[in-house]
Structures are given as C-alpha cells and as structure tokens.
Design a protein. Structure first.
Length: 365
C-alpha cells in the first residue's frame, strides 16, 4: 500500500471506530440461488435449489444473523428470477432477520410494483423488508421484458428517483420518459412503520456514488475483486458528498463472495471447482481470459474472495470494514454449484465463529 493510501485510511478507521457506538455493525448473507449439485455431483432442479435457499435463510435467522438477501437473475445457472416471492416465504417462516434483495434489477422493473410487493413482504414479516436497488451485473432482463440497452442509464436513474418518492408513502406526482407519469397518486398498501429501508448497489462508478448521496440512500459496495481498500475513495466520496449536501452520514455496506470451512485447505478445495465452473462460463460468454487457479488463489490470499477457515475469513472482513469504513458486511456464500450441505456448514461457521471474531477484533481497536 502506498504512503498516500495509508494516510487516507487513517480518517476512515477513525470514522469506523467513532461511529461504532452510534451504528451497530451488521452481518448478513447474499445468495443468487446458483444452480447447485447434490452430494453425488448431480445437478439439482431449480425447484430444489429454491427450496434449499429457503432453508438457508431459515438457518441464518435461527443463528442470529442480521440480513438475508436474494439476488435476481434470468439465466440457466441461477434458479432465482423472483426473489421477492422467496422472501415472502421466508417472511412467514423466520422471526428476526431482515429480508432483502441483492439486488432488485430496477431498470427492468416497475417501481410501483416493487413498492407494492415489498410492502406486502413487510406486512408478512412484521416490518423486516428491505430493498437493494441496482443495475445488476447481467443484461438478460432487458430483452426479456422489452427494454432497450440504449436506455440503460435513463431507465435506472428515473426509476430509482420514482422508487425513492414511492417509499415516502405519500401521494406521488412524477413524470419521466421510461413509464407513465403519476399525478397525486396514492399507492397501496401502506406499511405500518411508514418506511421500507432502501439501499443502492454500487460497483465502483463515481457517478453512482454521488447519485446515492444526492438521493440520500445508504450505499452497498459490491467488491468482488482486488483489495477492498481500493474502494475507500468511493466511500470517502460518498461521505464527502453527503456532508456537502448537509445530510447526516448514512450506512455503507460491503458485498463480497466467499466460502467458509473448518480449514483453509478444505475451504479452497470445496470452493474452487464451483468458482471455476461458474466464472469460467461467464468468462467464456464475455470473452475474458480463462479462469485459473492462480487467479483464484490470488483473490483468496490478497483480494476480495473470503475463502478459508473462520479465523482467516474473520481477519479479511476486519480488514475490509476498517479499510472502507463500512458498518455492514454481506457474504455472498454460494460460489457456483456447491452442495447444499456445504453451504449450510458455511453459513453456520460464518454466524457462530466468523462474526463473533470480527466483532471482538473491532471492539479491541
């Protein structure tokens, strides 16, 4: 790390330590519902994967984790296309955990229906719904739902602004070019609390960071490669933008992939085949260089791949939270076609061994 980078991190760590007493650290899980395999390596049906996701969310709740988030994709390697439907199932079978998306692909959604579905989940869960809006990392939803990629920026910008207005739960007057306007329109159902929490997913664009600050939305950083300290400038830009706008500081969270097992060696052995299969397929589609074990291990050892024993993963999470100044970490725990039993073990270790280690380490600073 350069001397300049070290210098810039000092106020970040200070901010994290100062706000720890004001903002409780939170730890959650993300899943995309990767099509996985059984213990014998046979590919599971989408239906079975969805039922497994339900069980994984129930386990996360029983172990006291704060958040469970489900992503949206429209490809054959992911089983979940309608995360809100699964969240509705979890709403009636869990007690405490916050239920959200990671992310809702807002560009190809109708914000009115997003609000209505999540207001319903909020009712079913007694106030535990949360929305994370994002562009998503794939574009399959655009042709599927009749949208043009040439409208990529306008779709997200306008729909995000409309969703922010809808979440105020007041009469909405709005006009734009991507959907019909609203004139003093009430939208139902209203929530009992009057507010569904919203985050916006950001992948590293300064424009996206500034937009999140302008709209006063908490920011979720998707850090899927490299040292998380590289994202400190985006978190700093977000905080500075909020300050310039006269807005109180808002939470920053991190989303990163990983897999936990009893030892570092076991975790690598379990995670690598699924990573190679999943990222190899995506890479071939996008013309990337072949996925190699060397690249995987570089991310495991020095980057944003949280693969290892509880001690190793906890140490990496402490570094990520401290480097960025974030108050929440969400582990994307399904890395390709891993068997359900191994995913459940990873969740258990994360909740019972990783999270307590991280909290203890940060409290000691």
């Amino acid at each position: 790390m350069t001397p300049e980078a070290k210098k810039s991190m000092v106020p970040v760590v200070s901010l994290l330590l100062q706000t720890r007493h004001m903002t409780i650290l939170k730890f959650g899980l993300d899943t995309f519902g990767n099509v996985s395999v059984d213990d014998d390596g046979n590919t599971l049906s989408a239906g079975q994967v969805i039922r497994n996701v339900l069980a994984q969310g129930q386990l996360a709740d029983s172990l006291g984790l704060d958040n469970f988030n489900i992503g949206e994709h429209h490809r054959d390697d992911f089983a979940v296309t309608a995360p809100d439907t699964i969240l509705a199932g979890l709403a009636t079978t869990t007690k405490n955990i916050t239920l959200g998306t990671g992310v809702t692909v807002l560009s190809s959604e109708d914000p009115v229906r997003v609000y209505q579905r999540f207001a319903t989940i909020d009712a079913l869960s007694n106030g535990r719904a949360q929305i994370t809006a994002g562009r998503g990392s794939f574009i399959e939803s655009f042709p599927l739902f009749g949208y043009e990629l040439s409208d990529y920026n306008d779709l997200f910008e306008q729909k995000l602004e409309l969703l922010v207005e809808l979440l105020k739960e007041e009469a909405v007057t709005w006009s734009g070019t991507v959907r019909a306007g609203l004139n003093n329109q009430q939208v139902y159902p209203k929530t009992e609390s009057g507010k569904i929490p919203l985050r916006v997913g950001v992948g590293g664009s300064p424009e996206s960071v500034i937009r999140a600050a302008r709209l006063e939305i908490p920011m979720a950083l998707a850090i899927i490669g490299g040292d998380p300290a590289r994202f400190e400038p985006f978190a700093r830009l977000y905080r500075e933008s909020l300050a310039k706008l006269g807005v109180a500081q808002l939470p920053v969270s991190i989303h990163s992939p990983g897999h936990i097992s009893d030892t570092d060696e076991q975790a690598v052995d379990e995670a690598w085949p699924g990573y190679e299969a999943s990222f190899g397929k995506i890479g071939r589609e996008r013309g990337w260089a072949p996925t190699t074990k060397e690249h995987f291990m570089a991310e495991v050892n020095h980057g944003s791949m949280y693969v290892g024993s509880p001690e190793t993963v906890a140490r990496k999470i402490v570094h990520a939270l401290s480097s960025v100044g974030a108050n929440r970490f969400d582990l994307k725990y399904d890395m390709g076609p891993l068997p359900h039993i191994k995913l459940m073990r990873s969740i258990e270790l994360y909740a019972t061994e990783v999270v307590p280690r991280v909290k203890k380490a940060l409290e000691a600073k």
